[in-house]
Design a protein around this ligand. Sequence first.
Ligand SMILES: Cc1cc2nc3c(=O)[nH]c(=O)nc-3n(C[C@H](O)[C@H](O)[C@H](O)COP(=O)(O)O)c2cc1C
Length: 348
Amino acid sequence: MGFLYRKLVRRILFSLNPELVHDSLIRTARSAQHVELFNSVLRFLTRSADLPVRAAGLKFRNPVGLAAGFDKNCEAARFLAGLGFGFLELGTVTLRPQPGNPKPRLFRLREDGAIINRMGFNNAGAWAAAKSLENLLPLPVPVGISVGKNADCSLEDAPKNYLETLKVMYEFGDYFAVNISSPNTLQLRSLHRGEKLRRLVEPMLDFAAGCKKTKPFFVKIAPDVEEADLEGAAALAVEKGFGLIATNTTVDRSAVSQRWKAYEGGLSGRPLRELSSAVLARTAGLVKGRVPIIGSGGVLDGPSALEKLRLGADLVQVYSGLVYEGPFIVKEILDHLRRAGWRPGSRG
Ligand SMILES: Cc1cc2nc3c(=O)[nH]c(=O)nc-3n(C[C@H](O)[C@H](O)[C@H](O)COP(=O)(O)O)c2cc1C
């Protein structure tokens, strides 16, 4: 089935404007996911035996999740769960709605198996996302909600802005991802720095600790992170007990063909794999299994997923792989993991 997507469907989709294709898919999924027959057929086509994993106090039917940014308004979650994912990370959601950056802002680098995006957290805001999830829950898989800051909010006010977003979304997520690593919001990545990160996450963790149910957190880091910042983030994660997502997209252009080098934004897909896996390995070496890690960046097939799991990831996430390899990618990865004899906790 994956073969059919790559030979036929992808050709058609790739002849159209990338953002238009994405928006049309989300719109179609939003309606189709309410038709039970459609969901049953989808589940049948993407079915694969479970490979259960436990991480961050949650149970996952398999370790392959959808990365943040695909369903920014949390509106197609039931459809996406039908693709076989073990978990979904929705968002990034900001407190207030915002349009994002001017178009065009999404580019396919076909010859590189990659994407460059400078979307800039375009989303309908936390209240709309909450309302949408209210209609879709419960879902058959854990749902993470990625939170970020509004573009017009200063770094000084960022902790308050993130906290307010979290408060709106808290009852709808099984875990929360604190996104400090998008390259498309000015200075967002400076939140990696020591005290800034502590000042950002402490109020959110305190809020969660005061709720009836304390839910787990992850901080999503950049592949371009400086060593001292990575060490600081890892130490804080161990101290506070939150997990890490390694990594977001990169601003590095050394691994892409010449014509794309000057395009601004975050690069994902095949050229990100090596850099992202190197940061994942460094992160795993620092946290030494004391907090969970999600590997994201260049997971395009079974071997690239297995690489991340062997380097120390408890779970992995896919974005560009879904675009390039199609809706059977989770099944294809799981089949590979099973053939390779992968078991949760077997990192060797
Ligand atoms: C179009 C696009 C939009 C994205 N938006 C977000 C986002 O809103 N929040 C986030 O944390 N990551 C976002 N990402 C990054 C992905 O979640 C993922 O970490 C990254 O693409 C690397 O994985 P991949 O190589 O499998 O694509 C986005 C990626 C793409 C391609």
